[in-house]
Design a protein around this ligand. Structure first.
Ligand SMILES: CC(C)(COP(=O)(O)OP(=O)(O)OC[C@H]1O[C@@H](n2cnc3c(N)ncnc32)[C@H](O)[C@@H]1OP(=O)(O)O)[C@@H](O)C(=O)NCCC(=O)NCCS
Length: 197
C-alpha cells in the first residue's frame, strides 16, 4: 500500500474535491452505525458550509490522487444551529469550542494511525482558533440494533484513547433517511468533548 498523503484544505481550495468528499461520506456513512442513505445533492449542500465558513478546515487523505479519507472541523459558532443549540443551552461560549464534523476513512486504510493523525490535525487547528474545547457527536444506537454487524466494534475505546469524554447531557437530534427506510427519521446523537491543554 502506498504512503497516504494528508493535505489540509480551506475555503475555495475545497471546491475541486467536493464531489469526491461527498462520495467518501456517502460510502462510509452508509455503514452501521450511521446507515445514511443520502444523495450527492445533500452532500453538496452539507459541504458548502466548509467552503464558506471562515474557521473551517478539511484534511483530505489521498492514496496517490485517490481520496480515501477526510476529516472536518470548524468553530462551533459557525456550525449548524442543530449542533450548537445544546451547548448554548448549557451556557457554553460556542466561540471557544471547535466542532469536529467527521472523520471518515475507507475500510482498507483503517488501523494505520490515520484516525489519530486526523484528531491531531483538528486539535492543532482548534488551538490556532484559540478554542479551548473540541467536541463531536456520535449517533446513539441500541446494542441490540437489528443491523449491527456481528463483528462491529464501537469506536468508544478509540475516542477515549484520544482524550474524549462522552457527555450524556449534551445531545443533538437530526433526521436522515436510513438505508432500509422509505423516509427520514429522527436520531439522537450524543456529544463527546475534550478540554485542550
Ligand atoms: C474513525 C476512523 C477514522 C479511525 O481511523 P483509523 O485510522 O482506523 O484509526 P487509527 O488507526 O488511528 O487508530 C488509532 C488507535 O485506535 C485503535 N482503534 C481503532 N478503531 C478502534 C475501535 N473501534 N475500538 C477501539 N480502538 C480502536 C487502533 O487500534 C489504534 O490503537 P493503537 O494506537 O494502540 O495502535 C475510522 O474507524 C472510520 O472511518 N470509521 C467509520 C466512520 C466513523 O464512524 N467515524 C467517526 C464518526 S464521524
Amino acid at each position: 500500500m502506498n504512503e497516504i498523503r494528508i493535505a489540509p484544505l480551506r475555503g475555495q481550495a475545497l471546491q475541486p474535491y467536493l464531489e469526491e468528499l461527498g462520495k467518501l461520506r456517502l460510502g462510509v456513512f452508509r455503514e452501521y452505525p450511521y446507515l445514511y442513505d443520502g444523495t450527492l445533492e445533500d452532500e453538496r449542500d452539507y459541504l458548502k458550509t466548509y467552503v464558506t465558513a471562515a474557521t473551517s478546515l478539511v484534511a483530505l487523505a489521498q492514496d496517490g490522487d485517490k481520496p480515501v479519507g477526510a476529516t472536518t472541523c470548524l468553530r462551533m459558532d459557525e456550525a449548524d444551529a442543530g449542533f450548537r443549540a445544546c451547548f448554548e443551552k448549557a451556557g457554553y461560549d460556542t466561540s471557544s469550542i471547535c466542532y469536529l464534523g467527521e472523520s471518515v476513512l475507507q475500510k482498507p486504510y483503517r488501523g494505520r494511525g490515520i484516525g489519530k493523525q486526523f484528531c491531531k490535525i483538528r486539535e492543532d487547528h482548534a488551538r490556532r482558533l484559540d478554542c479551548t474545547v473540541t467536541a463531536f457527536c456520535a449517533v446513539d444506537r441500541d446494542e441490540k440494533h437489528a443491523l449491527r454487524p456481528a463483528d462491529y466494534q464501537p469506536l468508544d475505546g478509540f475516542w477515549q484513547a484520544q482524550g474524549y469524554v462522552r457527555q450524556p447531557s449534551l445531545q443533538a437530534a437530526f433526521a436522515w433517511k436510513e438505508v432500509h427506510e422509505a423516509n427520514e427519521s429522527l436520531k439522537t446523537l450524543t456529544f463527546w468533548i475534550k478540554k485542550l491543554a
